[in-house]
Design a binder for this molecule. Structure first.
Ligand code: GLN
Length: 545
């Protein structure tokens, strides 16, 4: 019988509910159970594909092409498991399927109501996801913060599920513990209030995770226990950690996993997290830094810098650097500043490698192209991802092949040298404004050319990688690009599309049309990131000698 664990957040957003959910899963996995996880996002958008990355963070893509919240990436990375459409739903998606069913007369002509029909749809999805994964535990993260109007129907579904499945549902509330500077003391009242709000939704939490900059001490654990009606052993301290990957170890130290299993009356083999512990040791103790610059644009918001838009890229860099026992240092470089001053490009020499990640629209494009030219000519290790590859092709076409007007029809619709262009089926979709979930999405095959650096990195000829883009390298320009030395190292065999390009006579210059960052896992860094970092490190070493 499957068990369900709901995770809701209190006090404020961004306290790491996704990591908490993923870490509970990791701890249960380490005790020999299979786990899957679902995220419910309170937005009306039918998926994350139409959300602005600065507001909502990265759009993560699964093998089946679902455009989802970045937390699905956390689940995949922590659980080392591929997820799919059943693991993510928004309010919009839930309503859309209920309305579609109503239109098909699937409710037999009765009145369809918000309650219980919407929560019932949520419950059906949770059960379907659990069944698809045949998991012992289904973790369900409810997006948003308790007390707000937006996620009420998900809480309602959670409450109903407990009623329908006695003994098989537990609730976790993750809340924030502020330490106001003027007071100098950790305050528990906001969590108590959040708990009361959860109570008004008919839900009593079984566990409370206390997030904050410091650990929870015993007096405060007792206070939360008394006021929130939770056993003091079930108040879990989870202070800010140097790395999110420490969180499962925090939970282990608090015996969180054991307490969950005890509540469900499940006996367990006490396996441990040995590999994970070793990995976290490297994170904590590595000293020699590898400096990677990311030239992008989705990180400036007012006076703040947010890096959530590139979270999978960042994690992939870290996984690879830690694999070599080194310490990652990731630096944000705004593409637009290179448009204003080329002299600034010299700073790129300070980094051991440069990444140009994915992106949309024309802002910052020329700055990124300049950065690519600099990496190419100055022999700085370079990895281009999706838009990063399209721009590497444009740069090569302009500066090596002499196609001065080379561009992409995405940012220059009238260019007479469209080296990057739309496939006819994509043009049709754009003209008819069918824009949601219609990019080239999800896993596609790629065949690698033997003898290339990419082939060497992967160690195999046939790979599959995840995509999210509309534009492609225009095959009409392939000959001139190749004649001038651009190596097409990977193609999609079904449609003959360029998927990987690389350059010879360069320490590392690879750019890919797909998003390898979606497949890197903490203990299994992605082959391309691994090779990129290996070369970056070897460059540091050769400079030192
Ligand atoms: N904007 C480009 C396209 O649609 C690249 C997309 C991306 O980098 N994910 O093809």
């Amino acid at each position: 019988m499957q068990k369900y664990i709901f995770v809701a957040g209190g006090v404020m957003s961004s306290i790491g509910k996704g990591v908490a959910t993923a870490s509970i899963g990791k701890v249960l996995q380490s005790k020999g159970f299979s786990v899957t996880a679902i995220k419910f996002d309170p937005y009306i958008n039918v998926d994350a594909g139409t959300m602005n990355p600065i507001e909502h963070g990265e759009v993560f893509v699964t093998d089946d092409g679902t455009e989802c919240d970045q937390d699905i990436g956390n689940y995949e990375r922590f659980l080392d498991r591929n997820l799919s459409a059943v693991n993510y739903a928004t309010t919009g998606k839930i309503y859309l399927s209920v309305i579609q069913r109503e239109r098909n007369l699937e409710y037999g002509g009765r009145c369809v109501e918000v309650v219980p029909d919407i929560p019932n749809e949520v419950i059906a999805r949770i059960q379907a996801a659990g069944k698809a994964a045949s998991a012992d535990f289904v973790l369900i993260e409810i997006g948003g913060t308790v007390g707000e109007y937006q996620n009420m129907l998900f809480l309602e579904a959670a409450r109903m599920m407990k009623l329908q499945n006695p003994g098989r549902v537990i609730f976790v509330l993750a809340g924030y513990l502020p330490i106001p500077e003027v007071v100098g003391e950790m305050k528990t009242k906001p969590i108590q209030t959040a708990c009361k709000m959860l109570n008004t939704a008919g839900i009593q939490p079984d566990f409370i995770i206390g997030r904050g900059i410091l650990p929870l001490d015993e007096p405060r654990k007792r206070k939360i226990s008394i006021f929130c009606n939770v056993d003091p052993r079930d108040v879990i301290s989870s202070p800010d950690a140097k790395s999110i990957y420490e969180v499962p170890l925090q939970y282990e130290a608090e015996q969180f996993g054991q307490r969950i299993l005890t509540k469900f009356h499940i006996r367990f083999k006490n396996q441990d997290l040995a590999d994970w512990r070793k990995f976290v040791d490297v994170i904590k103790n590595s000293k020699d830094t590898v400096k990677i610059g990311i030239v992008g644009k989705y990180f400036e918001t007012g006076k703040f810098t947010l890096t959530d838009s590139y979270i999978s890229v960042i994690e992939s860099i870290k996984h690879a650097v830690w694999f070599f026992g080194k310490k990652p240092e990731i630096i944000w470089l705004s593409a637009e500043k290179y448009e204003k001053s080329s002299a600034l490009l010299n700073e790129l020499k300070r980094y051991n490698g440069i990444i140009i990640p994915g992106g949309f629209g024309s802002r910052g494009i020329e700055g990124k192209i300049k950065a690519i030219e600099f990496c190419r000519t100055q022999k700085i290790p370079f990895l281009g991802l999706c838009l990063g590859m399209q721009l590497a092709v444009i740069e090569f076409a302009r500066n090596v092949c002499g196609l001065k007007n080379a561009s992409s029809t995405e940012f220059d619709a009238k260019t007479n040298q469209p080296v990057i262009d739309l496939m006819p089926e994509q043009r049709e979709l754009i003209t008819s404004k069918k824009l949601g979930a219609t990019m080239r999405l999800g896993a596609y095959d790629c065949e690698l050319k033997t003898g290339t650096r990419s082939f060497h990195a992967y160690g195999e000829a046939k790979i599959s990688e995840r995509h999210r883009h509309r534009y492609e390298v225009n095959n009409e320009y392939r000959k001139i690009l190749e004649d001038n030395g651009l190596v097409v190292a990977g193609i999609n065999p079904q449609k003959n599309l360029v998927e990987i390009i690389e350059l010879e006579n360069h320490p590392f210059f690879i750019a890919v049309q797909f998003h390898p960052e979606f497949k890197s896992r903490p203990l299994k860094p992605h082959p391309l990131f691994k090779e990129f970092i290996r070369i970056a490190i070897s460059q540091i070493n050769s400079k030192l000698t």
